[in-house]
Write a protein that binds this ligand. Structure first.
Ligand SMILES: O=CCCC(=O)O
Length: 456
């Protein structure tokens, strides 16, 4: 049995049976059958379906946001924003897919040679609980617009979210089978990847999960796209607009109660402005409201699961034991639910747990660097390489951005995902790119066509 628990109360919401072998086979068969039709649809026909789905989501945002708040504790104001962002992703690919996948003529010894981008078939998306709608649409919008069909294995803790996402396509009368929910346990994923009808896998999740899934896909010679963990640095240099940096770094750290792969997980501040910056961050963190995620005033809801909260607390305790100063929070509150207080750890050094491991919660980790060179070294001193930000004058910021080992860098701005721009990781944060023109080329056959003269 799979169990969904309300993290606001710790109470069981529902238990459900995962799909059995026969049901899984039926779902894959439907995805394969619908692919034969869907791949022949024009971009315009596919776009009509995606636009309908987007419009349905915008109209029903409140209803669709509710299961996120219930099953993983996302504050309702963020959940509403997430449904609308998912709709934006669908609209974006509906509008631009044809341009992103346009045929490219390349000069050669042929009379005519060019490349076309054709779909591969049913693609499996293995998705995490932390942004159920957004990550599902980041996977399915480009994948569908390229002409593939989608099988969605969502995290087992967000079953109603998964049903609601698949339900969007049913509600707008999308061709049956183009985007299906596959309610299976993690242990059942291997067989799905190995199924010859499944032609690729996209995973957003932990580095361990990515490694396991990509190994299976590689053994079947199937493409995999991995967006994994991160320990994103935010470098703040002495000439930065410190209040602005403090505002936006706070937002980047606490969004979704800090449970985002691209959260600012290590704030590296030039010594000269270190104390000022710590004070600015403390002021902002203190003002945040932790509480019931269903309340529109709440900034930070609970951690999604009890075991995740325990692990976060272990990281905080070990970091403090190693000499960091805990300026805010740091202890588990009494009462129901999996709440964790907004926590500020200062004087963290690169050897401490909160700097070495990914922290998935509202825990701000602040480190001092003597100068820009040391800050850059510290920023890159991590197995991860998902995103980063740098706060300084724009020209110096841009040159540091080039040196940062990350898939995306913001200079004097918020690190965020955007359907228009590619996102992804290097090192243990993954490979391949989601979103933008690059994202839609992950699951296509870039086919070379070479045409010689009919007669010589
Ligand atoms: O947690 C991973 C993705 C977060 C986002 O796209 O905003």
């Amino acid at each position: 049995m799979l169990k969904a628990v309300d993290p606001n109360t710790g109470q069981l919401i529902h238990e459900y049976e995962p799909a059995g072998t026969q049901e899984i086979d039926g779902i894959i068969a439907k995805a394969a059958a619908s692919f034969d039709q869907w791949k022949r649809q024009s971009f315009g026909e596919r776009a009509a379906v995606l636009n309908e789905a987007a419009s349905y989501m915008r109209t029903n945002a409140e209803k669709l946001a509710r299961p996120m708040t219930r099953e993983m504790g996302k504050p309702v104001k963020e959940a509403l924003g997430e449904v609308n962002k998912a709709a934006w992703c669908a609209e974006h690919y509906a509008q631009y897919a044809e341009e992103y996948l346009a045929r490219e003529t390349i000069e050669s010894d042929a009379a005519l040679s060019y490349v076309i981008y054709q779909p591969l078939g049913p693609i499996l998306g293995v998705l995490p609980w932390n942004a159920p709608f957004w990550l599902a649409f980041r996977f399915c919008a480009p994948t569908l617009m390229a002409g593939n069909t989608c099988l969605m294995k969502h995290d087992s803790h967000v079953p109603q979210c998964a049903r609601a996402i698949a339900g969007v396509f049913d509600a707008v009368g999308a061709p049956p089978g183009i985007m299906q929910n596959l309610p299976v346990k993690s242990a059942q994923v291997e067989a799905v990847i190995r199924d010859p009808r499944v032609r690729g896998v996209s995973l957003t999740g932990s580095t361990a999960a990515g490694s396991a899934v990509a190994s299976i896909a590689a053994s079947e010679i199937k493409p995999a796209l991995l967006e994994l963990g991160g320990s994103d640095p935010s470098i703040v240099l002495a000439d930065a607009d410190l209040p602005k940096a403090a505002d936006l770094i706070t937002t980047m750290r606490i969004i979704n109660a800090g449970q985002s792969c691209i959260a600012a997980k290590r704030v590296i501040v030039e010594r000269q402005v270190y104390d000022v910056m710590v004070d600015l961050l403390a002021e902002r963190l203190k003002a945040l409201k932790v509480g019931d995620p269903a309340d529109m005033e709440t900034d930070i809801g609970p951690i999604a699961r009890g075991d995740l909260r325990d692990d976060l607390h272990r990281q905080v305790k070990e970091t403090v034991q190693a000499g960091a100063r805990c300026l805010l929070g740091g202890s588990i509150p009494d009462g129901p639910g999996y709440f964790y207080p907004v926590t500020l750890l200062a004087d963290v050094d690169p050897s401490m747990v909160a700097a070495c491991e990914e922290t998935f919660g509202p825990v701000m980790v602040v480190m001092a660097a003597e100068d820009a060179d040391q800050a850059l070294k510290m920023a890159n001193d991590t197995p991860y390489g998902l995103a980063a930000s740098v706060w300084t004058d724009s020209q110096r910021g841009e040159s540091i951005a080039w040196e940062l080992e990350a898939g995306q860098v913001a200079v004097n701005g918020l690190v965020k995902t955007d359907p228009r721009l590619p996102s992804g990781g290097v090192k243990k944060s993954g490979y391949g790119r989601e979103l933008g023109p690059h994202g839609i080329r992950e699951f296509v056959n870039a086919k070379q066509i070479w045409i010689g003269p009919a007669k010589t």
